[in-house]
Every structure is written in C-alpha cells, then in structure tokens.
Design a protein around this ligand. Structure first.
Ligand code: AMP
Ligand code: MG
Length: 413
C-alpha cells in the first residue's frame, strides 16, 4: 500500500461484516470435565438423558394428601408417613396424609401439598385448610428439562448456570471446541515492561497486558506476548515466528501512516491486507489481513497504539471475530438504550465510542454520563466508565436524547 494513496474509512458495521466473513469457526474438539467448562464453547448439542426433576416432587415443607379427602366434611387426616428429600414414600390411602419436605417425591395417589404454616398437627392428626387446589405446590416431573430434549445447543458459551444445567442432567464430560491460540505483539521503540525503570522518552507497555487480559477473559490460550522495536526487519521476523504457532496474531501500534509504522507493509508483504482504516473513534487505523504461512492463512489484526483505541477496537471488532472463530453461535454484544446526560459539540465523520457510565437517574431512568476527557491515549477514562456510549457518525447528541450504550459486561467476558 502506498501511504500517500490512503484508502477511505470503512464504516464500522461494514468493516465488522467484512472481517467476520474471514472468521472460519474452529473444528477441533476435546472432552472437558464440567469443573473446567466455564467459558468454553459446546462442540455438540447436549441431549438430556433424564427428566429434571426426575419425579413429581414437593415445592414446600408440608403435607401431601388426596384433595378429594377434605372436599367435604372433616378436614382432619391421619399422618401415616414421613417423606424427607431423598426418600420415597408409600401410596397415600383415603383419609391419610404424608408429612413431606421440599424436594421429596410426591407419594402415589396424593395430588396436592399444603405448606406446613397452613396446617395444624396434633398427635398423628393434621388439620388442613379449607381451600386447596389439585396439583398445588407440586413440581412436575420434567418441568425444567424433558428427557431426550436438546438442553444446550452447539456453539453455546458456558456460563455458571449452564454448568449447573449440565450437571442437573448428569453429564460429567462434554465435547468442547479447543481453545484458540493467539499471539500478542507490541510494536514501539518507546515501550518498556512494567517493573523496569523508565528512561527519558520511554513509556510502559500497557497494551500488552491489557490485550493478554482481554484474551484471558475469552478463554483464549496465549501463545506468546512479544515486544518489538519499530524496525521492519524486526517486525517481519517477529510476525513470521509468531505465525508459525498460533491461530491469530494481534499487534498494537505501528499501524498508522507514519514512517515508523511498518505493520501494514508487513501484512501486505506476507499476505493480503483485507481492511485498513475504519470510520471509528478512537481506533481509526485498525488493519486486518491474512498472512500466508507455510500454506496456511493466519489472521492478523493490527490494532492502533493508543490504549483506549486498543480497548475499543478489540471489543468492537476483534472480540466478535475471535468468538466466531472459537465456534460461538452468538458473538456480537447486546446494546441497550439510555438517555444522554451530556451534549456533543459537533457531528463527527466517524462512529464514536465514548467511555461512559450508565447511572440510575430520577424515576428509574437510565442516564449516560461521559468522561470529560476522551483522549485515545487515556485508560483512566475507561477505568471510570462501565461501558461505551455510541454516537453515530454525522449525529449530534443533546441532553435528553436516547442513545445506544454498550455495557462492559457485554464486552469484557
Ligand atoms: P503508534 O500507533 O505506534 O504511533 O502509537 C500511538 C500511541 O500509542 C503512541 O503515543 C504510543 O507511544 C502509544 N503506544 C503504542 N504502543 C503502546 C503500548 N503497547 N502501550 C502503551 N502505549 C502504546
Ligand atoms: Mg509506534
């Protein structure tokens, strides 16, 4: 790419659609025990081999009996058995009640449970309330999950509740897609790792650690995090070596139009540059390409150097790409809408992601406040924020307008 002949800025949605087309979902599968399943992506539909619950059972501590027995006349029944959870009772006969506890199977012939607070037991006789409904306080067999039904589909990302659900149908080992293997490359002569002292002109490498953490949050295996100076040969060597052992490379810095920016040239040299420069703020210079390495295509994301731009472009572009590649069936975040508690000055020509905070306003409204300084170099704004306020290109926001908001909880896991 001749840098004086710069491509125009691709709109964010178009860029994402284009990049997602390159994300070929992972095919390799491994068996994983339930204990280690958090964040993994199911490689096969999971079919229940039992009903949950496996039997009709009591939703209350109380008494189980035949409702017809108290429909007329005497409402006292004889307590003939006691059924705690884990035990199985015997059939309830006419005039009898079973003392029953939450989770215990309903004994045969009983058709309702009354909670103990509404009953009065004296000796072996229990007095029951006037109105009872057939099936009250009974949890039906299979009301949560029916045997042979698909409980979770291929491509589901496992959260704690899915782990609980899989356990409830008795599976201990599940087929998951293998984790992706990703390498992180930081470019910049000025970068120093935390823990060392800074010389004049140097800064600490924050992108490396933030990117590694972002990958961790997706359950991705880090192959290597390497730093390299702004030298084309050094960048080329690093990219070549890293690409041999990973499914994707994510670099930061050196992707702009300056003389010290070599990443775009290296992508073109080693493969194909598919996208460069988006209409996004921050994060305009993002590049995506495919490297050709020993007959294999290795995807390459060249993220900008500014840390806030790294966070935005990772969340908006790289994350959905990686999730799709990991085999996830849902890979795009859910937006919510809220009321702007700020004004913007003038319309921009790029879609803007402001580091912002969703707060509770009066009368249960959700308000969006923005950090006053939105410099793309600043991470303190992102730490103050709980998400991004989304400002469309060409639009001005006035206090009271409804705007789209992306919570970090939709993006950082
Ligand atoms: P560049 O795109 O390489 O021109 O970098 C843009 C800005 O981001 C410069 O101020 C760099 O010093 C800064 N920067 C680049 N890489 C990093 C990094 N890994 N950590 C923190 N800041 C960085
Ligand atoms: Mg640089």
């Amino acid at each position: 790419m001749i840098k004086s002949n710069l491509p125009g800025l691709t709109p964010v949605n178009e860029a994402l659609d284009k990049i997602l087309q390159f994300a070929a979902p992972q095919q390799s599968v491994e068996m994983v025990r339930l204990e280690h399943a958090l964040g993994r992506i199911l490689a096969e539909d999971q079919v229940a081999c039992c009903d949950v619950p496996p039997a009709d059972n009591s939703a209350m501590d109380g008494y189980a009996f035949r409702s017809q027995d108290i429909a007329t006349g005497d409402r006292r029944l004889k307590v003939t058995q006691r059924i705690p959870a884990g035990s199985v009772g015997v059939p309830v006969l006419a005039g009898e009640a079973a003392r029953i506890f939450t989770g215990a199977p309903i004994p045969e012939h009983a058709d309702c449970v009354v909670m103990q607070e509404q009953c009065h037991q004296e000796g072996d006789l229990v007095e029951l309330p006037e109105s009872v409904k057939v099936r009250q306080n009974i949890r039906d067999r299979g009301e949560d999950i029916q045997k042979h039904s698909v409980v979770l589909g291929k491509g589901t990302r496992i959260r704690p509740q899915e782990i609980g659900l899989l356990a409830s149908v008795g599976v201990a080992e599940i087929p998951f897609f293998k984790p992706l293997r990703v390498a992180v490359l930081s470019t910049g002569d000025e970068l120093v790792d935390p823990g060392l002292s800074l010389n004049p002109g140097q800064i600490y490498n924050s992108n490396r650690f933030m990117l590694v953490a972002l990958l961790n949050s997706l359950g991705i295996t880090l192959v290597e995090a390497r730093s390299v100076e702004d030298d084309p040969d050094a960048v080329r060597l690093a990219v070549t070596e890293l690409s041999e052992s990973c499914d994707c490379i994510i670099s930061s810095g050196g992707v702009s139009v300056g003389e010290e920016d070599h990443v775009v040239n290296i992508i073109e040299e080693m493969g194909r540059l598919e996208l460069w420069r988006m209409a996004i703020k921050p994060g305009k210079p993002l590049a995506y390409g495919e490297l050709e390495v020993e007959g294999r295509s290795v995807p390459f994301f060249g993220l900008p150097g500014n840390p806030a731009a790294v966070l935005v472009t990772f969340c908006l572009i790289v994350r959905p790409y990686l999730l799709k590649m990991m085999g996830a069936k849902e890979y795009e975040p859910n937006y919510c809408h809220a009321i702007a508690d700020f004004d913007t000055k003038k319309a921009g020509n790029r879609k803007e992601y402001l580091r912002a905070k969703l707060v509770q306003g009066e009368n249960n409204t959700n308000l969006v406040q923005v950090f006053p300084n939105q410099s793309s170099g600043m991470l303190s704004a992102a730490c103050w924020a709980n998400g991004f306020a989304v400002i469309e290109a060409g639009s001005v926001v006035r206090k009271g307008d409804q705007i789209a908001f992306l919570l970090f909880s939709e993006l950082l896991s």
